[in-house]
Design a protein around this ligand. Sequence first.
Ligand SMILES: NC(=O)c1ccc[n+]([C@@H]2O[C@H](COP(=O)([O-])OP(=O)(O)OC[C@H]3O[C@@H](n4cnc5c(N)ncnc54)[C@H](O)[C@@H]3O)[C@@H](O)[C@H]2O)c1
Ligand SMILES: [Zn+2]
Length: 652
Amino acid sequence: MTTSEQFQFNNEQLAIINLLALDVDLIPIQEAIGRLEFEHLSEPALVAILKITNALYRAGAPLITDHQYDALIFKLKDIDPNHPYLAAVEPEVLAESKTVPLPQKMLSTDKAYTFNEIEKWVDRVLKAAQEVKVDASEIKVRVTPKLDGYAAFDDGTTLYTRGDGVRGQDITRAFTRGLQVVNNGDRGLGPGEIVISKSYFDEVLSQHFENSRNIQAAIIAEKKVDENVQKAIEDGACVFYPFQLIDNWTGDYKTLLADFESIVEQIWNAVDYDIDGVILEVTDEQVKAHMGATRKHHRWQIAFKVNEASADVEVLSVVPQTSRTGRVSPVALLKPTKLSGATISRATVHHYKMVKNNGVGPGAVVRLVRSGLVIPKIELVVKKAEPELPEHCPSCNSVLDWVGDHLMCGNVNCPARRENTLIHFFKTLGNNDGFGPKVIEKLHLYGVDEIHQVYQLTERDFVRFGFGEKTSRNLIDQLRASRELEIEDWRFLAAFGVNRLGAGNCERLLQHHKLLALFDLTVEQIVDLDGFAKLSAEAIVAGLSSIKDAFFEVYNLGFNLSETPQISELEVAQSPISGKIIVFTGTMVQGARADMEKQAKELGAKTAKSVTGKTDYLVAGLKVGESKITAAREKGVQVLSEQEYLDLLSTD
Ligand SMILES: NC(=O)c1ccc[n+]([C@@H]2O[C@H](COP(=O)([O-])OP(=O)(O)OC[C@H]3O[C@@H](n4cnc5c(N)ncnc54)[C@H](O)[C@@H]3O)[C@@H](O)[C@H]2O)c1
Ligand SMILES: [Zn+2]
């Protein structure tokens, strides 16, 4: 995660986001996430950010801290306490959509951040006990570490992911790969968490992985397991930890409240795994049954969490860095400071307007916040200092201009911009690893600063530039391979780094128009497609025209491009609802009804507002009156629940 406003979703992230089928413009969302500025979001944007950050968090690549995520949840609760997103377990979004029902529902936990909230929970427990005539003195509370791993359920033969709490995925392969139950425990102990030894992570895995969430994803990965992770499994450093077996403190509620701090501390340090709180739960079955659950959490269980670590750190200097787009970002170099286990020495400031207005200069003190394993961000400026605002581009010395909150270098030939454009190109192609920043910088010194020029280099050129013979040969091989290996046309186009033409938008455009035809599109034609606002469309047309020459220089070198299937041809032909007439009614849980209607149309169906004899399907969400359903059935219309409808779409 970066706090820079140039933050862009990478291709894997976009692939996950695509699965969410959000009907929102990603650019402002990307910007909000990049700046960590969520104040002025509209409700749909807020929900989209929650869905995106949740999906990426579940996939092992969190973008924001848990604290920030929880703050966004609070915000949504504030604006719309009944929003469906708040009512259900935050789902894992899985690339492969095949799911199976879980043997038992898996819920999330309610959360408390203060002792006071814990006291209130205890009061609710006591009230429930009284209602079922259980003596308060008999109530026991079990306190366990809240493992921060990957939730799973083991029924003895199959291991499931939590999924959406009702349906998960079969990940038994983790056991096939050698995953053990902690302490050689038995299989079939129900819910638990896949976790990684903290000390093993620090000693061995931290060289290969940024955080243990990435590793959890690797353990259950469908394809090949990473070799370092395989070794960690074999070394017993990754295990499945059933909650039944977990170290615990169990006692009466009076002792709990009296010794709360020391009990929490003892349990917090009980295991060598990442934890993000402690879990408190009632053990009495009668009280549990009486308290029951909401759709999201058990009322007899609560998580106690503490806020993140923060530190006030002195700024040594602020250095400007010019990006591909000409935007100059301020990077604060800090007095090295330890913060939840890592030494921090630099942080990106959102933009130069902030440097200017908030006085982020040498000698300023900023508050850094870090929760869990996510890169820290500057939360606020504690002590201001005179800021230093660059007048000239650090790379080409051009005079910088203010554009909105940013200082910009307007020189299209700026070396930093050119270098970063090349780096972006090769990084986005993603099929060669030779052309990183160091190599590009060197090429640039020798005047090679356009993509097609790189492809025209010979082995001898590379040697002349000071690369070793073996390296030179390797670089040539990589260039050849990057043209010969098949690559998606959307990826190829995204590699040119046009403003507003990230991978997601490229793919969307290419689903409707062929690659070369994009250069002739008008703003109106783009606006006609779903998901493009006028402003984006204008930027896209301008951007495409600005790279047209450079694009064809590269394109004409001959790449092995695979065409994005056109939506109209492919999906409609295969769609199970093509030609059907569908009525959607009621509240949908997994997305807005309008989005479902739109999608249905894209898949070749017709949608209608009311049921007639011609209607094929009535898709009924929540809160639909029985009479409406009966009436539809009487007309011979097939009535589907939201889930049944989604299942229908995924059959082929
Ligand atoms: N950073 C992000 O972008 C981001 C995104 C989504 C969610 N989150 C974090 O995840 C939280 C919600 O996620 P959630 O619903 O998966 O988890 P949760 O925090 O609500 O906890 C519920 C889970 O805790 C697990 N658990 C661990 N130890 C346990 C124990 N000893 N006993 C019982 N259960 C135990 C269970 O698997 C259960 O499913 C949010 O509060 C947020 O902090 C962060
Ligand atoms: Zn410049």
